[in-house]
Write a protein that binds this ligand. Structure first.
Ligand code: NAD
Length: 401
């Protein structure tokens, strides 16, 4: 992943005429924190926080608890965070953290101990004006609330702006849970508008009807009257229904513990069939590299929206581009989450709590501006949208670094 991230940056850097020294300045990591967390039960877990760049504002990025966490992956994700915050022009940098642990093997007390000890080790290097972590894979508002409490105890900070993704009672923002899915709807609808396709009928399929995917469907059903969801899957597979599926009904079914392939309406499909669904837009909201060299030729959609991180690998991207399929890249398509994190941090620093309408309005305007900017760049520089997003982000980082 680190190699692929660096190669992408070098490729776009060369396209926009950056020299080797400038590309190295973008790749450089500010700080690498690596330490062991030892729990009372004797378990030892390797932990990381990699701060890529704070040139544009305090470091920002999630903390994941996962057995596969390693330093190169965290470094790549930290770099991608700097690119994402720069691409959508919010005044934050990029970082990422992780603990090599399977949280399912810990009881609640051990999970809290791990979360608090992570903060104890990192406290000198984080804080509302230095580095503002957030949840990521297997970390949630409850864990973040423990972390904020630990940081406040150590530092005396009372703003609660040291982390985002908190519970609402703990200082979190309205709209954070839906932000990434909502952001995907805003980005797609703005892209269609710029292509002169507003108001046209749009059919779509969602791979990964989880948090991000389901909110994409729910927001789209409410706010985009001409869009229809024809297929959706989770890890079990899913369903295709040519006359349209209702996201709210699917959501209720999932909440009651159902697996989408048992939904009862429509035709059962597996995840390979979802990728080749006959729809206008393929929404990828599950995992990385699900569209690759082996299945890119099966994609029938004209637009692929990357809500997960890196669901279309580089080889597949080239194959899709050669067939005229547009890929709207993750650093733009899924940036709604980090934008509302930024809004949460602003609310904390100003001791405010905004209404959902105010949060959504700000999200809307920041994302639309980012889409317009990146779209214009892709036209003026004859680049695809991913290259244009990276170009805009890299130039902003370079200017500040
Ligand atoms: P989630 O765990 O809530 O949902 C993931 C969904 O994908 C689940 O429905 C799961 O069943 C499904 N899934 C798992 N394996 C699958 C497979 N092989 N094929 C099809 N579906 C599969 O996670 P989430 O928070 O919705 O995140 C989804 C993706 O978006 C992740 O890649 C995440 O890194 C990325 N992302 C999330 C956020 C956020 O704010 N949550 C922000 C940026 C990026």
């Amino acid at each position: 992943m680190l190699h692929a991230t660096h190669e992408q940056i070098k490729l776009v850097g060369n396209k926009i005429g950056l020299n080797t020294e400038e590309i190295e300045r973008i790749l450089e990591v500010d700080a690498h924190h690596e330490f062991d967390i030892i729990l009372k039960n004797g378990q030892k877990h390797k932990a990381f926080r990699i701060q890529h760049s704070d040139a544009r504002g305090p470091y920002k990025g999630g903390i994941r608890f996962h057995p596969d966490v390693d330093s190169d992956e965290v470094k790549a994700l930290a770099t991608l965070m700097s690119l994402k915050t720069a691409a959508v022009n919010i005044p934050l940098g990029g970082a990422k953290g992780g603990v090599r642990v399977d949280p399912k093997m810990l009881n609640l007390k051990e999970l809290e101990e791990l979360s608090r000890k992570y903060v104890q080790k990192l406290a000198p290097h984080i804080g509302p004006n230095k580095d503002i972590p957030a949840p990521d894979v297997n970390t949630d508002p409850r864990i973040i609330d423990w972390m904020v409490d630990e940081y406040s105890r150590i530092s005396g900070d009372t703003t609660r702006g040291s982390f985002t993704g908190k519970s609402i009672d703990g200082g979190g923002s309205e709209g954070r849970d839906a932000a990434t899915g909502r952001g995907g709807v805003i980005v797609l609808s703005e892209y269609l508008r710029l292509k002169g396709m507003s108001g046209k009928k749009v059919s779509y399929a969602i791979q990964g009807f989880g948090n991000v995917g389901s909110f994409f469907g729910l927001v789209a059903a409410k706010e985009q009257k001409n869009w229809r969801m024809l297929a959706a899957t989770d890890s079990s597979g899913g369903i295709y229904e040519k006359n349209s599926l209702w996201p709210s009904e699917l959501e209720d079914f999932k909440k009651s513990g159902g697996r989408l392939r048992d939904y009862g309406i429509g035709q059962k499909i597996n995840n390979d069939e979802l990728v080749s669904a006959n729809v206008d837009v393929l929404v990828l909201a599950a995992l990385g590299s699900v569209v690759n060299e082996s299945n890119a030729h099966l994609v029938k959609a004209k637009i692929v929206l990357e809500l997960a991180n890196g669901p279309v690998d580089d080889k597949a991207h080239k194959l899709l581009e050669a067939r005229g399929v547009i890929v709207i890249p993750d650093i733009l398509a899924n940036a709604g989450g980090v934008i509302v994190s930024y809004l949460e941090w602003l609310q904390n620093l100003n001791q405010e709590h905004w209404t959902i309408n105010k949060v959504n309005k700000q999200l809307n305007s920041l994302l639309k501006e980012a889409v317009i900017n990146i779209f214009d760049r892709s036209v003026s520089s004859k680049m695809n949208i991913k290259e244009a997003a990276l170009a805009v982000a890299m130039e902003r980082i370079l200017m500040a670094r």
